[in-house]
Design a protein around this ligand. Structure first.
Ligand code: FES
Ligand SMILES: [Fe+2]
Length: 397
């Protein structure tokens, strides 16, 4: 029996109901290791999921192996600076090809029998394939046995992948966000985003919770006064509003984000950010696993790496506006910005881990939503439940 059948259909139907009547997703979707893999194939793998950052591959020829919910993949930057993603497995006997990130000199060489591939994944060398000293065999067509590519796209420095190759084109998928953020980023904002070359401006959090709890917590501002007392000074709960759009994005925004005043920092701002909206900031989850934040003078992106049903790694990258902003003159401003976000996301760890532990309890079954505060979280549950119901119908499971 498929693990998928352990999700009661009624619990999915209840999650889709209007918020006043809805229940949250059932505990089993947080506690079951086999359902974690089902989610990879039915939820994350059928749309555009975050897999890493293009900026983590600094030079042409750089490769970075990753594990995506148990799948060995590799992100590669080819000699022409194009980012691609492949299954990290040799076409011969299935050896994992690349074990360490770094620049590749020449070709990618399988450690087992030394088959070689170029950075476009093409199989180039098959030593002794036809016997010692015979490297080519007429009936063996190298062009048919390259590395298997995964659909990918880069936006906001994030490497997105679509595992099943059937999602809508990435540009169509992300267009509603680009449109929403026109008043802030305009057309040029993306080209101004800069990461610190030193590798500062990033951090990683290991969290003992299901990836969905990290999303759910990110979607709401309800917890601000109690979990983030400092943030609630420069970005108060009452200045926040909900964001929900295009069925694939939700989160929250604030009319007044005042870190610059609080920390005394004055970083360069996006050139097209509307003058009368300088203090506004928005925090959006790109379902399933990418969390974005934009302020006039910096942005961040978090890729949630789901490792197991109860283990998620949060990878955060901060970006500033233009080359000057990452120079020495602004080091103090950047340090203050990084410290502020480290504090905020560090404060969230205890609550998402507490919710994960709570899902072991028979005294909880999805929970109830505040009809006023929890709308973006419910929107995410609706997204997940609707997709799983459709998947069950399509697969007859
Ligand atoms: S498994 Fe890669 S060359 Fe044999
Ligand atoms: Fe939080």
């Amino acid at each position: 029996m498929s693990a998928f059948n352990r999700i009661p259909l009624t619990s999915l139907e209840n999650a889709v109901l209007p918020i006043e009547n809805a229940s949250g997703l059932p505990n089993v979707m947080y506690n079951d290791p086999e359902l974690f893999i089902e989610e990879r194939d039915r939820l994350l793998g059928t749309t555009w999921a975050g897999a890493g950052f293009a900026g983590d591959l600094p030079t042409p020829g750089y490769v970075k192996p990753i594990s995506f919910m148990g799948l060995p993949l590799v992100i590669m930057r080819d000699r022409d600076d194009v980012i691609r993603v492949f299954h990290n497995v040799c076409s011969h006997r299935g050896m994992v090809l690349i074990n360490e990130e770094g620049p590749v000199q020449g070709s990618i060489r399988c450690p087992y029998h030394s088959w070689t591939y170029d950075l476009a994944g093409q199989l180039k060398g098959t030593p002794h394939l036809g016997g010692v000293g015979v490297h080519k065999v007429d009936s063996f067509l190298c062009e048919k046995h390259g590395m298997k590519e995964v659909s990918s796209a880069v936006w906001f420095d994030i490497v997105f992948i679509n595992l099943d190759g059937k999602a809508k084109p990435f540009e169509t998928f992300i267009a509603p966000v680009v449109e929403r953020w026109q008043p802030f980023l305009g057309d040029t904002g993306y080209t101004h985003m800069r990461r610190e070359a030193s590798g500062e401006g990033s951090f990683t959090l290991n969290v003992a919770c299901n990836w969905k709890l990290a999303v759910e917590n990110y979607c709401e501002s309800y917890h601000l006064p109690w979990v983030h007392p400092n943030l609630n000074v420069y970005s108060r709960i009452q200045d926040h509003y909900h964001i929900m759009f295009a069925n694939e994005f939700s989160g929250q925004g604030t009319m007044v984000y005042n870190l610059a005043d609080t920390a005394g920092t004055r970083l360069p701002v996006f050139p097209q950010w509307q003058q009368n909206r300088m203090k506004e900031a928005e925090y959006i989850t790109v379902f399933p696993n990418v969390l974005l934040g934009i302020q006039a003078d910096h942005t961040f992106a978090i890729v949630l790496e789901p490792v197991a049903n109860d283990h998620t790694v949060e990878h955060l990258r901060l970006m500033y506006v233009g080359d000057e902003a990452i120079g020495p003159a602004y080091k103090g401003c950047r340090d203050a910005t990084l410290a502020a976000w480290k504090e905020v996301f560090g404060e969230d760890v205890a609550v998402v881990e507490g919710m994960q532990r709570g899902r072991a309890s028979p005294g909880f079954s999805g929970g109830k939503f505040s009809p006023v505060q929890d709308n973006p979280t419910h929107y995410f549950h609706q997204w997940a439940a609707q997709r799983l119901i459709a998947s069950a119908q399509a697969m007859g499971a």
